[in-house]
Design a protein around this ligand. Structure first.
Ligand code: PHB
Length: 390
């Protein structure tokens, strides 16, 4: 016994021991309730990354610990994040589907010496709340700016804007308005709906009454977007020729089987389509499809999570597994790689992801399924919202 102890001590003093640790990653997201499918996509993306890249980095084993937050609930997000850091000893925080949940956890990061990798929440200002935030998803400024150009170039001049009344909705409204007005278009009315809105008929009536030629809309993906697009169809706006412009949250792939013809032909701009034609995406869709069980449930949060794990693995590699948030974040500033969505870079200044934004149209495949068909690429888009967020 004594010999073993002395040998161990000698090894430690010589500093040459390979010390294998378990590094914990805490993931906060909606894993139950109405947005459970979005959380399921987080997990599918993470599982796919670990299936393809292993569960070790150097000598360290990576363990992912999940915490469920069914809807936007900042107080609960803060409590869960704190518990992950203090009780579970996580070295990284990740996930965060809703903006208020991401925002609420940012004050913990510096004191806890923990980086946060935002895998979805899309309000520009989140990265400004702590130097330890890195984002692998998108912002609604980033995804809503190109559709304003598409709308104007397609001949639409009068648009009514309809968004959920919280961070990413307010950003989306501002982005579309800035782009559309700069081009020469007019926003005839701007409606902000409470996040909990689930009866969209009165909104559809207001769109009709506004006399606008088109609607710009943003709601967070989930039952919300499904209900909105259904209502747009069922209230006769689609058939009546009201043009529809939105970021891709409104036509996420997992909603398309339920929407069917109601979604056919809708144009959106977004950073990721499950149909994206590349070798990297093929590999991703196969692994994430296997992880989620039913590949028809795959949607964009899976790619934000997959790339988020890539960033976390790079951070662990750079720190040799040591808990050093500043060094970890520094190591991924300027990091570029080929994502399933296309080429991406973590912008060194903002710590937000620079990426292509694609114009897509909901199309029907030969086998009768619906998909987002990419028809145009806006290359290497940064976040135009950061100037506004400061
Ligand atoms: C957000 O709360 O930031 C959010 C949630 C769902 C989306 C986009 C943004 O589809």
């Amino acid at each position: 016994m004594k010999h073993v102890a002395i040998a161990a001590l000698a090894a430690v003093l010589m500093g040459g021991v390979a010390h294998a640790d378990t590094i914990k990653v805490g993931v906060v997201g909606p894993f139950s309730g109405p947005f459970a499918l979005q959380g399921k996509n987080f997990k599918a993306g993470i599982d796919a990354y670990m299936a393809l890249n292993g569960n070790t980095v150097g000598d360290d084993t990576i363990e992912v610990i999940y915490r469920d937050i069914p809807t936007a609930d900042p107080a609960q997000s803060k409590a869960l994040s704190q518990e992950l850091v203090v009780k579970e000893g996580v070295q990284y925080l990740a996930g965060f589907y809703f903006t208020p949940d991401a925002m609420a956890a940012t004050p913990l990061l510096e004191q806890a010496n923990v980086p946060m990798v935002v895998m979805n929440a899309a309000t520009s200002a989140i990265v400004t709340k702590s130097p330890y935030v890195v984002r692998t998803s998108f912002t609604t400024w980033q995804t809503s700016t190109p559709i304003a150009k598409v709308a104007f170039d397609g001949g639409t001049r009068k648009v009514i804007s309809v968004v959920s009344d919280y961070g990413p909705g307010v950003d989306a409204e501002a982005a579309f308005k800035a782009g559309f007005e700069a081009a020469g278009g007019e926003i005839v009315e701007a409606i902000r709906m409470p996040l909990q809105t689930n009866d969209f008929s009165p909104i559809m009536q207001r769109i009709k009454d506004s006399g606008a030629e088109g609607v710009f809309a943003f709601l967070p993906s989930g039952p919300t977007t499904l209900g909105f697009v259904k209502a747009f169809n069922e209230n006769g706006l689609k058939a009546g020729g009201v043009k529809f412009f939105a970021p891709g949250d409104l036509t996420q792939e997992s909603d398309l089987p339920a929407l069917g013809e109601a979604a056919l032909g809708l144009t959106t701009t977004f950073h990721y389509a499950v149909s994206h034609d590349s070798a990297e995406n093929k590999k991703f869709v196969e692994a994430a499809g296997k992880a989620i069980g039913n590949p028809a449930e795959l949607s964009f949060p899976a790619v934000g999570a997959y790339d988020g794990m890539h960033v976390i693995y790079k951070m662990i590699e750079a720190t040799g597994g040591a808990q050093d948030a500043a060094k970890a974040v520094e190591a991924v500033k300027g990091l570029s790689w080929e994502s399933p969505r296309g080429p991406v870079t973590i912008d060194a200044e903002s710590r937000h992801i620079t990426q292509n934004i694609y114009l897509r149209e909901v199309a029907k495949a030969d086998d009768g399924t619906y998909y987002n068909k990419e028809v145009q690429t806006f290359e290497k888009q940064g976040d135009p919202g950061l100037a506004a967020a400061k």
